[in-house]
Design a protein around this ligand. Structure first.
Ligand code: PLP
Length: 408
């Protein structure tokens, strides 16, 4: 059996020096463990190939990765993707991780591998609309969906041993409520219920769900972890056994990430910490700026001291940072919101988040579009609500752009 860590194999190498990585950025830069001693190469190449020679010429046995899976076909394993997975596992302090071709591929793989006819899935009321919609679609196979929340206590109230799977987001979207995930995990454990935490908005810099007892952590890598609005991807990290099961489902569903995307995410992760910290700082400044604007009705940002979720954030997050997304309601309803989107110049109107560009989103036509109408009304996701993913532009340029768009 060929271990991919073996120096004989050019496809996946590591040095002893990369095994003792401590700091977050050190892990995000060196955690792929790739090193080719023949070339002195420490950057992960793009292995743009489908096939590998299945039998190793030295041992005569099937070529295997260090997770004991065969390396022969890129729908199953690819060394560029595998190198990314090593970084992801380290950043969340988990045993293993898998990369998928988008966040929804990660979610659908978890759903299909975990749920069966008669299962009940409990999802946060303010979770990403497509995550909710997919669960509702599984109703045709006999899966029941419960919506709980949006606050911690209301999620916890619905957890009992009849629930098979709980899905929560650390910071909800679009109203940016912070969930006391540690409390939800505690109740899940008491009831023997599996919990998946979608940590896309918080990133492993603010919170590490599996380290705090969650079953799995999930990311849309499309957002902060790749960070440049040029990659679609997803990931799941957790214990070795579960990841093996998910690996098999990923192979059967065909939801693995492509090597080029994996390369871009590896590159994006190298600057995750500096990017995210700066985006959090910019977001706080924009939230405070919006609060003072006479054309703004309400600002939602957990970093504001008078925000209802500020104290939960301080309790749960590892740093006094509150994410890079700010939501606000404009005075004047839908017309004013549309006017804002029309007038912004530096900021672009589009549904995503987490990249270097500042993006303005209209939640009722994007993240919350597939959310049932009654839920939107109940949560206050209205037609004057705008969500900003604050990027890395100069803060004064962003303020000026927002000011002129709100004025007109
Ligand atoms: N989870 C959250 C919180 C999201 O915001 C999104 C997408 O916006 C997803 C999951 C799905 O990710 P993707 O678009 O990469 O499939």
């Amino acid at each position: 059996m060929v271990n991919l860590t073996s120096k004989k194999n050019i496809n996946d190498r590591e040095t002893n020096s990369t095994k003792q990585l401590k700091g977050f950025s050190t892990k995000s830069i060196h955690g792929h463990e790739f090193y080719d001693p023949e070339l002195g190469l420490f950057k992960v190449p793009i292995y743009q190939t489908v096939v590998w020679e299945q039998f190793d010429k030295i041992t005569g046995l099937p070529r295997k990765t260090s997770r004991e899976t065969e390396l022969k076909y890129s729908r199953e394993e690819n060394p560029t993707v595998y190198a990314l997975e090593k970084v992801l596992a380290k950043l969340d302090d988990t045993e293993d991780a898998l990369a998928f071709n988008c966040g929804m591929a990660a979610i659908s793989t978890i759903y299909l591998s975990t749920l069966e006819s008669g299962s009940t899935i409990l999802i946060s009321k303010e979770a990403y609309g497509v995550t909710q919609q997919l669960a509702l679609n599984l109703g045709k196979y006999g899966v029941k969906t419960l919506f709980g929340g949006p606050n911690t206590e209301e999620i916890i109230d619905l957890i009992d041993d009849k629930v098979s799977l709980v899905v929560v987001e650390t910071i909800t979207n679009p109203l940016l409520k912070v969930i006391d995930v540690n409390e939800v995990i505690k109740v899940c454990k008491e009831n023997n219920v599996k919990i998946v935490v979608d940590n896309t908005f918080a990133t492993p810099i603010l919170y590490r769900p599996v380290k705090n007892g969650a079953w799995l952590v999930l990311y849309s890598l499309t957002k902060y972890l790749s960070g440049h609005n040029d990659v679609i991807g997803g990931s799941v990290a957790g214990d070795k056994e579960t990841i093996k099961v998910l690996w098999d489902w990923r192979k059967n569903l065909g939801t693995i990430m492509n090597p080029f995307e994996a390369y871009l995410v590896i590159r994006g992760l190298e600057t995750l910490e500096v990017r995210f910290i700066k985006q959090c700082e910019n977001a706080l400044e924009i939230a405070e700026f919006l609060k003072d604007n006479p054309n703004v009705e309400e600002v939602y940002y957990p970093g504001l001291k008078d925000n209802a979720y500020h104290s939960i954030a301080n309790k749960v997050f590892e740093h006094q940072l509150y994410g890079g997304v700010v939501s606000f309601k404009v005075k004047g309803g839908k017309e004013s919101a549309f006017n804002f989107f029309k007038k912004i110049k530096v900021i672009k109107s589009t549904p995503s988040l987490g990249g270097v560009e500042t993006l303005a989103t209209y939640p009722i036509l994007s993240a919350s579009k597939s959310m049932p109408q009654s839920l939107k009304e109940e949560l206050g996701i209205t037609d004057n609500l705008i969500r900003l993913s604050v990027g890395l532009e100069d803060i004064e340029d962003l303020k000026e752009d927002i000011e002129q768009a709100l004025k007109s």
